[in-house]
Design a protein around this ligand. Structure first.
Ligand SMILES: Nc1ncnc2c1ncn2[C@@H]1O[C@H](COP(=O)(O)OP(=O)(O)O)[C@@H](O)[C@H]1O
Ligand SMILES: [Mg+2]
Length: 339
């Protein structure tokens, strides 16, 4: 059982909008485990790193962690690192003294300072440039910083939660992400599984989104039929839960009557790899090996060659996957043979 949360009182402009673990839909064992880890991290004030594809629920989990933590009454401040250019990041995070820039006529507090006694959520941290990474390391390490154009060293008591949809392992290996910063952020890593690895949750998520639509748009949808559900379960969901929500929203509005039918579901063309279509897969070579090769190839493509995730999805060990990649001569899309 996840811990029950006390509703925080609103004391700051920076407030997560009451998202708690209780507001998340989860049915699968993988998601239950993910949220168990998140709930356990919430109580412990460790830095949390959320890894997972876009739309898997990282933002919601970050807010839930904050609201379940002893900092719940403090601010939840969010920074989207991919949206801020290098030149502005320092001021955005650490603030700027009056006159630090020709255009600055007043002191501006940074997000780090605003998050004092609360949580700073650094979204899309994998997109942060090397220069910016160097700038934030010290603040994260010692909780100390200076405003741009400022002399005095300030201190803020901040808990950091970072998230990224990028394969950090690869960014570390290629030197694009600093290892020292990674270790600082990585006190507690949580992998948020993609929707295609928890398809048993699709029905419950649909029910949630249908209820949301009925409330927001005044639609009167009761359910979806078996064919519609099977179509959803067969999709591979590159946009994960966010994509499912959009598909259901559209279907609620376009459906005639009280039931969503397969015809109401507009799914991304060509992304339907969750179910094998024998015609396309087995053309020519009808051997089991050919099918296996094709399937592994598809799973690797889905996970952008994340071998850990692929071996989990395939239900085989990592060395077995490596061996099969070798045996079948599978090659990464960039042309380099995988080692
Ligand atoms: N477990 C969940 N329960 C209910 N809705 C969810 C869940 N996970 C994701 N969503 C929906 O998907 C959207 C995207 O989630 P978000 O946390 O922004 O994903 P990410 O940060 O990983 O890209 C949310 O706004 C919410 O509508
Ligand atoms: Mg996000």
């Amino acid at each position: 059982m996840l811990p029950a949360m006390e509703q925080p009182t609103i004391t700051s402009a920076y407030r997560s909008v009451g998202i708690t673990f209780d507001s998340l839909v989860f049915k699968s064992a993988v998601m239950r485990e993910c949220l168990r880890l998140a709930a356990s991290a919430a109580a412990r004030d460790v830095a949390v790193l959320l890894l997972g594809e876009t739309g898997t629920g990282k933002n919601l989990i970050a807010q839930s962690i904050h609201n379940a933590s002893p900092r719940a009454r403090g601010p939840f401040v969010s920074v989207n690192c991919s949206a801020i250019p290098d030149t502005l990041l320092e001021a955005e995070l650490f603030g700027a003294e009056k006159g630090a820039y020709t255009s600055s006529d007043r002191l501006r507090k940074g997000k780090f300072e605003l998050a004092d006694k609360g949580t700073l959520f650094l979204d899309e941290i994998g997109d942060m440039s090397h220069v910016s990474q160097a700038k934030i390391l010290r603040a994260f390490e010692y909780k100390e910083f200076e405003r741009v154009g400022g002399e005095s060293t300030l201190h803020a008591d901040v808990r950091i939660i970072a998230a990224t949809n990028r394969p950090l392992e690869e960014l570390l290996q290629s030197g694009k992400f600093r290892t020292d910063l990674f270790y600082r952020l990585n006190e507690f890593t949580i992998h948020v599984p993609p929707l295609r690895a928890r398809k048993e949750e699709i029905k419950a998520l649909c029910d949630r989104f249908i209820a949301e639509c009925n409330e927001r748009f005044g639609t009167k949808i009761k359910n979806l039929d078996a064919e519609a559900l099977s179509k959803l379960e067969g999709h591979n969901w590159p946009g994960n839960v966010r994509e499912l929500r959009a598909v259901i929203k559209r279907a609620c509005v376009s459906a005639q009557g009280e039931t969503i039918r397969a015809i109401d579901l507009l799914l991304t063309a060509g992304a339907d790899t969750g179910k094998l279509s024998p015609g396309a897969t087995l053309a020519g070579d009808l051997s089991l090996a050919a099918l296996e090769k094709k399937h592994i190839e598809q799973v690797l493509a889905q996970t952008q060659w994340n071998k850990k995730e692929s071996s989990n999805l395939l239900g085989i060990s990592r060395p077995t996957l490596d061996r099969k990649i070798q045996d079948y001569g599978l090659i990464r899309p960039n042309g380099a043979r995988d080692e």
